[in-house]
Ligand binder design. Sequence first.
Ligand code: NDP
Length: 419
Amino acid sequence: MSRLLIIGCGGVAGVAIHKCCQNSDVFTEICIASRTKEKCDAVKAKLEGQTKTVITTAKVDADNKDELVALIKDYQPDAVLNVALPYQDLTIMDACLECKVDYIDTANYEPEDIEDPQWRAIYDKRCEELGFSAYFDYSWQWAYMDRFKEAGITGLLGTGFDPGVTSVFTAYALKHYFDEIETIDILDCNGGDHGYPFATNFNPEINLREVSAPGSYWENGHWVEIPAMSIKREYDFPQVGMKDMYLLHHEEIESLAKNIPGVKRIRFFMTFGQSYLTHMNCLENIGMLSTTPINYEGKEIVPIQFLKALLPDPASLGPRTVGKTNIGCIFTGKKDGKEKTIYIYNVCDHQECYKEVGSQAISYTTGVPAMIGAALVVTKQWDRDGVFTVEEFDPDPYMDMLNRFGLPWVVDENPKLVD
Ligand code: NDP
């Protein structure tokens, strides 16, 4: 019996909401609140009558802490699930802190305005000290540790698929298969085809910023940064086939490097087709990925936001996308003194997701774990005061729920390694 406030009503939220409604024994009531209330009302209208979960909706600007606090005080949720954008993480955490309510999200903080001098000074120092230049990192949210602890609330960070399930796979591998994990390769393969020459599978601004940034990996206690897309490998993915994949910086590397004792190397690879890369390079070369506002005929526009308005809405890709995703982790390490290798992965079919919840597999593979993280927090199966990433909790109930809620996983004890 619990009450969840869900902030954001885009692609990922749509799936998380469906899944909360499939788990109405836990989520007896949910409130969907976003900037555009009509979207929340439309989702509510679609689900009402098919679920025992009582759904209400609200309008909120999650950049405004006072509005959030007023909504939380009014709705009195047991927890807040943030599936808006990473830009809103800190205001939502501030509001949860003020109201002493648990907080859950799927992506770590990233500022909307990377030219803000105050943010920039901290960022430049971090780049120098830590050696990776991504605009997002955990430091902003880890800084809430003591305040969440004092308030007696849980902050669960990054419960999507990657980060999220990939980190739970790591905790599960460590608990059941290894005494020590030496290397982790996280492989994110989208074998889906939406039929457009170019589109992004989730929020274009967040997606393109991530992919066009330099890559980096963790090795022997420090970061190694490389030019964007400069390390390429081929991998034969179960149920998808041979794909090109590229090394990217990714946020779970940062928390896994901190939380997995003795790990020597962590890399993240994502598959991209040639058409996607050609379009992205071209857009970058002409300045369309810039977040710096320009003046166009007397009006200020942000190029990447204008591009977002031109591109297909990720939430609209569902009916057209065919094929499968395969996301998982290859671990090497030792068990009882012997070398060991395992690959834990999930395969998800775009069209099956669409039939079930009306969305493609990228939103599905993020929305299901968002619901699972929220369920484990509100039922107190995961209950620690402070701010934590998912690998810091017992992975077993999470792995069990992945099987029950549409993301079954496989353990391959003899996988091909990535060189
Ligand atoms: P969308 O752009 O589809 O949806 C974002 C939603 O947030 C929209 O409903 C938007 O409202 C709402 N929103 C934006 N700004 C505000 C605000 N100031 N106040 C209230 N609501 C706001 O994004 P996705 O669903 O694709 O992504 C959601 C989150 O999931 C992102 O943080 C993304 O990084 C993360 N993600 C995580 C993954 C993982 O595996 N861990 C994978 C994919 C995504 P409106 O419609 O009115 O604009």
